[in-house]
Design a protein around this ligand. Structure first.
Ligand code: PEP
Ligand code: MN
Length: 341
């Protein structure tokens, strides 16, 4: 159950609600959302307590907790959240393009990718230095050496740096370099990591789990918000389907639903969704048309030599042509997109 107080309620009224809950031994969490105080109660609440709460001055409503998420919900936070990272404003009027290689591999390749990202009008340079690989024998990323290189190249090209954090133990290191921390699909429900990300003053891109429902996805975001970090960006990256002919199945309907359910920005990753370069541009166009706040795309100057995800990497020229399409398509969903002049 959730007790919603009126906007700008006096603190004395808020304290009366707290005192009543404490006197009845109720387990609760006190939250703030868009200038409103909320008390979220665990478990069943006796009817008489519910009535007593509803009769207190300052209480707007006592509602069943239909959705488990509160801070991520549009219901208590109707205005869209805009997350700022370097030159990027994710969730604002401009469609955001984040792109780069799957993994940071070497200076030359990263610079070529960064050059393409900048020319395409991208504002964030992605690239993992700690890679979640299905096989322990696959390339695991360059670690701190990769982070250092990534920071240097991102700065030189005026881009914000997006890097994945795999483990809570790596968080201080990755956040000392990166502007934006990415949580991969496989870690969407790594609750200790999510709680730790709530204590970091960096935006987080949270990717949907391979088989996560939208509610589970938003509850994962809720962990970060509840722990104190309001800068959360969701990323749809395809879910596992019964058909093995594509790596994953891009759930574009989810983008529309998420935009209704939450105030958080929603990116789409057409690269991991398809696993196939031929599909990346068409899916990216569809994502822009359906109202995504931005795209997270893999690009590599020599995909045949990439150490991870080569088959899905766009070539720099493909990224530029996608950017041309985005200039046309962004306005369809009420946004703008501009390539670099
Ligand atoms: C990635 O973006 O580098 C990645 C590993 O993606 P995902 O977690 O969506 O598989
Ligand atoms: Mn990848």
């Amino acid at each position: 159950m959730i007790v919603v107080l009126r906007e700008n309620t006096a603190s004395s009224d808020r304290e009366k609600v707290r005192a009543l809950l404490e006197s009845r031994g109720a387990a609760f969490r006190a939250l703030e959302a868009s200038g409103r105080s909320l008390f979220v109660l665990e478990g069943e609440v006796p009817a008489d307590l519910s009535r007593s709460l509803a009769s207190l001055s300052g209480v707007d409503a006592v509602l069943p907790l239909r959705e488990g998420f509160v801070l991520a919900s549009r219901r208590y936070h109707p205005e869209a959240t805009v997350v700022e990272a370097g030159p990027a404003r994710i969730g604002g009027p401009s469609l955001v393009l984040a792109a780069g290689p799957c993994a940071v591999e070497d200076r030359e390749g990263l610079e070529a990718a960064a050059d393409a990202v900048r020319k395409a009008g991208g504002t964030l340079l992605r690239g993992g230095s700690f890679k979640p690989r299905t096989s322990p024998y696959a390339f695991q990323g360059l670690g701190e050496e990769g982070l250092r290189l990534h920071r240097e190249v991102a700065d030189r090209f005026g881009l914000a740096m997006v890097s994945e954090v795999l483990d809570r133990a790596d968080l201080p290191l990755v956040s000392s370099y990166a502007d934006v921390l990415q949580v991969g699909s496989r870690n969407m429900q790594n609750f200790p990591l999510l709680k730790a990300l709530g204590k970091v003053s960096r935006p987080v891109i949270l990717k949907r789990g391979l088989a996560a429902t939208r509610e589970e996805f938003l509850l994962a975001a809720e962990y970060i918000l509840e722990a104190g970090n309001p800068q959360v960006v969701l990323c749809e990256r395809g879910v596992r389907s019964f058909d093995p002919s594509l790596r994953h199945s891009l759930d574009l309907g989810s983008v529309v639903l998420l935009k209704e359910m939450t105030h958080l920005p929603v990116l789409v990753d057409p690269s991991h969704a398809s696993g196939d370069r031929r599909l990346v541009v068409p899916l990216a166009r569809a994502a822009a048309a359906v109202g995504a706040d931005g795209l997270l795309v893999e690009v590599h100057p020599r995909p045949q030599r990439a150490l991870s995800d080569g088959p899905q990497a766009l070539l720099p020229g493909d990224l530029l042509s996608l950017a041309q399409d985005l200039e046309v398509l962004a306005p369809v969903a009420g946004r703008t997109f501009r390539r670099a002049p």
